[in-house]
Design a protein around this ligand. Structure first.
Ligand SMILES: Cc1cc2nc3c(=O)[nH]c(=O)nc-3n(C[C@H](O)[C@H](O)[C@H](O)COP(=O)(O)OP(=O)(O)OC[C@H]3O[C@@H](n4cnc5c(N)ncnc54)[C@H](O)[C@@H]3O)c2cc1C
Length: 400
């Protein structure tokens, strides 16, 4: 039977980085994936340019039932460590916005870098691997893989979440955690567009492609200042994706379409200068004309001139545009979600090493764990940081 120090299940961001680090630290590592390519999500990420980390990565940017869990790993392997690695490989990068770092050329560069790191660690890679059974043994674990048994001292589960099933996502990690008695916190799609109810959808659909810088506020008070994008299914854009991770079905979302404007003051000043100007044309100075026209058909903007706009109408208008209450119908779900919220309950894991406290040798890293970052490179940073923390323990164990 083939024997390894470490078997890593899942050759995505976390799995590849962990395998490479452990291999370079002297462990004999086997890296498995059910797909036919390494790092498929990395290749798709950031519009093909991989938003590989964020300059402002910090624990406050992560959602988890146990918000302290991510602190240790993020502090020990930081965004600066990963930037250093990328720079050593000569990969050119730039900050797009809000600390989000992207490759200048292609996400393939990150996958190639991780592949080379794995080669340096003499990691054995097996793609198209179907794991049919995992059993605990005295030495560690026996894994039945494409009908053959492999034995390992340590097993790292890096099989990711449920988002984008077309890219190999599977509930494998959750089932394995349950097999060993670990709790799985309810999972749901995160960083995902909202769908809308009819008849609102019928009206807003006509705006498909229109983007508006906005401030969105969730029911729990979480605020994001980025753009929203109208789509033929509902609402998307960075502000919506961010807020979706904080949204529960049935809740309303507050949308401020004019976050940088004293709207009442602007209308009063315009009324003095151009009393016969239509409200529609006045608002079009600050909002896309198509949006103003659409909101008028929804009777959210009265069809009047500025001098006809009475104080009650003006207050209602300010509320309508700066605290627009939208109730999403739902989300587009795992098909388009960037991440999965929930997952392996971190209270069963060590925050220093990612090992399952009750099952020595069994580790969970990356998205399969109940740690989910904001949009903007935070999720990859969690993958790198959790993988690194795990690899340090694997190296220590193999030397013990
Ligand atoms: C379209 C898209 C764009 C994104 N863009 C960004 C971005 O720019 N920046 C950012 O920070 N985050 C981004 N994310 C999120 C980020 O990709 C994930 O958070 C990250 O990939 C998680 O890493 P992981 O290694 O835990 O899981 P994954 O990268 O999902 O890797 C898991 C691997 O496990 C394999 N696997 C699953 N089940 C099995 C099984 N039964 N047997 C064997 N192998 C299995 C899968 O094939 C996969 O290769 C994006 C996500 C999507 C979907």
């Amino acid at each position: 039977m083939e024997q390894y120090d470490v078997v890593v299940i899942g050759a995505g961001a976390a799995g590849m980085f962990c395998a490479a680090e452990a291999g370079q630290g002297g462990c004999k590592v086997l890296l498995l994936d059910n797909g036919k390519k390494l790092g498929r999500k990395i290749l798709m990420s950031g519009g093909g340019r991989c938003n590989f980390t964020n300059l402002y990565a910090e624990p406050a940017a992560y959602l988890s039932e146990n918000p302290h869990f991510c602190k240790s790993a993020l502090a020990r392997y930081t965004q600066w460590d990963f930037i250093d690695l990328v720079t050593r490989y000569g990969i050119a990068w730039h900050e797009k916005t809000l600390g989000q770092l992207f490759c200048d050329d292609s996400a393939q560069q990150i996958v190639s870098m991780l592949e080379q790191e794995c080669q340096k660690g003499q990691v054995t890679v097996r793609l198209r691997s179907e794991i049919s059974a995992v059993e605990k043994t005295e030495r560690g674990f026996n894994i039945t893989l494409n009908g053959q048994d492999v034995s390992t001292h340590s097993l790292v589960v890096a099989s990711g979440g449920l988002s984008m099933p077309g890219l190999g996502a599977s509930p494998f990690g959750y089932r394995l955690a349950e097999q060993f008695g670990l709790k799985i916190l309810p999972t749901r799609a995160g960083l995902v567009p909202f769908t809308l109810h009819k008849p609102l959808l019928d009206h807003l659909q006509t705006l498909s492609g229109v983007s508006v810088p906005s401030v969105l506020t969730a029911k729990d008070g979480t605020v994001f200042r980025e753009s929203i994008l109208f789509t033929h299914r509902g609402l998307s854009g960075p502000a919506v994706l961010q807020l979706s991770s904080y949204w529960q079905p049935g809740e309303f979302v507050s949308v401020n379409l004019l976050p940088s404007l004293d709207l009442a003051g602007f209308l009063n000043q315009q009324r003095q200068e151009h009393p016969n100007q239509s409200l529609k044309n006045t608002l079009s100075l600050h909002l896309p004309k198509r949006l103003v026209e659409c909101l008028q058909t929804l009777e959210q903007i009265p069809d009047v001139t500025l001098k006809q706009l009475n104080p009650a109408q003006q207050s209602a208008l300010v509320e309508q545009l700066q605290n627009w209450q939208v109730q999403p119908n739902g989300t587009e779900g795992y098909r388009t979600a960037e991440v999965t919220l929930g997952g392996v309950d971190t209270r069963a894991l060590s925050s220093k090493t990612m090992v399952a406290n009750a099952v020595p040798g069994l580790y969970f890293i990356g998205e399969v764990v109940d740690v989910t970052g904001w949009l903007g490179g935070y999720n990859f940073q969690w993958a790198w940081s959790s993988a690194w923390a795990c690899a340090q323990d694997l190296i220590k164990m193999s030397r013990a």
